[in-house]
Ligand binder design. Structure first.
Ligand code: SF4
Length: 262
């Protein structure tokens, strides 16, 4: 829901099937449960949802082909859009976050985008945290990993439940965990949901997921469930009491980590 106390620099358009897409490179700012006032950077070609995951809980909807004639924004276009937005805002947001209509690291020139954005951030909003929401699948590529490490905050997805169902694709979880660990200090973000025949909040899912989280050694763990309409309308929310119980188990396993439920 729009926050009337914040200016609107970019709008979302609903998709005809499910979910909605940001229309612009810079979007928000939004008051995020996890990030405070966050200005989003969407690197995905217009009218497209592109991700190497295809999570049924995604608020952008399921993946699409790249829209006809849409293209990846150039690093200079991203930097220019951010410069204009920060100038219009006046008061800087708490953070600038690579997020948007899919996986930001899919941008073919992602490391250059990061460098251009860092220049603008340093000049116009030096106290603002520059972070990313990523699924971490590309974090093993040296150029991507190095770019991610130049950011202030890396929030990597690691959800409980069968990966092919909760994230919509099969992938090598052991490799993902090792790559996420290489991004230290790192924040693990866990979306906990239930499908018709699987349950990310079950004891079995928790038992399988805890060692993965422990192997990443995150400084912070965020646990949350649905807050916006998911791509798959049959997906179910998990009650806060269960999230709190899962958080207790994480704290036992990782006493040095800051574990938060949203
Ligand atoms: S990783 Fe993020 S952007 Fe990609 S499908 Fe999942 S929720 Fe959507």
């Amino acid at each position: 829901m729009a926050d009337a106390t914040l200016p609107v620099l970019g709008a979302k358009s609903p998709r005809p099937d499910a979910g909605s897409l940001w229309d612009t490179i810079v979007n928000g700012p939004v008051r995020s449960r996890r990030l405070g006032v966050s200005l989003g950077l969407n690197l995905i070609p217009a009218r497209s949802k592109l991700c190497t995951f295809d999570c049924p809980y995604c608020e952008c909807g399921f993946n699409t082909p790249k829209a006809p004639e849409a293209r990846w924004p150039s690093p200079d276009e991203v930097a220019h859009s951010l410069r204009r937005a920060l100038t219009r805002l006046g008061t800087p947001p708490d953070c600038i976050t690579f997020a948007g209509n899919g996986e930001p690291t899919m941008h073919p020139r992602f490391p250059v985008v990061v460098d251009r954005v860092l220049v603008v951030r340093d000049e116009l909003a030096p106290r603002c945290t520059l972070g990313i929401l990523t699924n971490g699948l590309a974090a093993g590529k040296p150029a991507i990993r190095d770019a991610l490490l130049r950011l202030d905050a890396r929030m990597v997805k690691l959800d409980p439940g069968p990966p092919e169902l909760v994230n919509g694709v099969r992938y090598d979880q052991a490799r993902l965990v090792a790559d996420a660990r290489g991004l230290a200090p790192v924040i693990v973000q866990a979306m906990v949901t239930k499908g018709s025949d699987w349950d990310g909040s079950s004891e079995a899912s928790l038992a399988a997921w805890l060692p993965l989280v422990a192997a990443v050694e995150p400084t912070v763990v965020h646990l949350y469930s649905l807050d916006r309409a998911p791509a798959d309308p049959t997906l179910q929310n998990v009650p806060r009491e269960r999230l709190e119980a899962m958080a207790v188990a994480v704290r036992v396993m990782l006493p040095g980590s800051d574990v938060k439920v949203f």
